[in-house]
Design a protein around this ligand. Sequence first.
Ligand code: AMP
Length: 459
Amino acid sequence: MCGIIGIENNNKAAIFVSAGLLTLQHRGEESAGITVSNQNTHTMKTFTAMGLVSRIFSEEINCKKLPGQSAIGHVRYTTSAKSSLINAQPFQINCIHGDLAVAHNGNITNFHQLKNKLLKKGAIFTHTSDTEILLHLIAMTKGNNLKTIIAKAVRKLIGAFSIVILKNNTLIGVKDIHGFRPLVLGKVGKSFILSSETSAVEVLGGKYIRDISPGEIIIIRNGTIIDSFIYGKVDKQTSCIFEQVYFSRPDSIMFGQTIKEARVMMGIYLAKQMKNIKADIVMPVPDTGYFAALGFSRESHILFENGFIRNHYVGRSFIKPSQNLRTITAKLKLRPIKEVVNGKNIILIDDSIVRGTTAKNLISILKKAGAHNIHFALSCPPILSSCYYGIDTPQKKYLIAAMHSIEDIKQYLNVDTLNFLGLENLINACSLNVDNKKIFCDACFTGIYPTKINKCTIS
Ligand code: AMP
């Protein structure tokens, strides 16, 4: 998964983008980068590095080295390619159309097919990520008009892509025809912003205007929307529901409600599903389980308690790419508060179980701290299938719910009951303010993929 942001018509473009990237840091902790375009020198410059935004970009150090009036930025954690500097975005190229830079969130599912075709034609690839294909397609598309070049290029892509592109002082946003990944339009002063999430727009002092629509290309220059059009046939919107479950920030707005509201509703529905279960306290797994636990407590009138202390200096456990590191960071990350959990019957709420590593570890920590009964509840259904659209779910054989029965998982985790939010309830929680409830991709829960998935992408 990744976070992307762009701003134009702003003398502090790099500083704004770095602050935006800090706000989007939860979408990827492995690498970060900024491309800035300077109209005074007619140059474009990209700076990328591995690690956290705060370490890479600070006003004094790197942002001053990136003067310019428009910029795009990217935070990344690996889904489809190697976690290394070579794949850190934005990617900047010089091609027949001049200098341009691209930052992408999502997974292009026909990447291997397209790459093989281009390799046969003699194309050279220097990155291993799917995003590079877009650069080739743009470079190889003939024409003088940026609008038609980009539209022609992206029409060849299948899968999930929300993209920001920078060329001179022009900022371009693209969303795939299914609208898998979020991308919103905002404005601060005389500058337009494109961002993965509304929270970044607001942190920059800006106002959220609207979502970029599925299949939309928007072209912005000098504080004006030059063009906005639908580049391809929008079949059916299938926006990733896991953004609400896990990925996005609670203060971001999606489908007319905050992610916080959606998660509170997930908790309310969970409580309705589990109304026969009695407990002393409802406890979240920090941080993602917090609002679902709050909703659960409101609905059930069971006391909300915080029995875990999170070490905020340890990154999101899942974001470390190897299983080894994941287990260690999970232990570092959370400690129980003994007097809260000792002797208690607990309803413990997390957002999801993927491999089961986190849950196994947390439950054993709680038991050691004296917890009596543990009723474990997840604010989404069992994850049964891998995601090919940008969420880092492992191969099916590592998905605990795909390989084992609920009863087996319950015993493995050593909990008294194991409860998952039903899909219909999840969809309702995420679409309180929209009439059409059928706008979500739920392939991770159902195995029904909205696009064709190539054999080489399926593992
Ligand atoms: P696991 O230990 O593999 O079962 O991971 C489950 C934990 O990872 C849950 O506590 C989630 O909050 C978190 N999580 C779920 N999906 C993802 C994802 N795609 N990327 C990062 N973290 C995730």
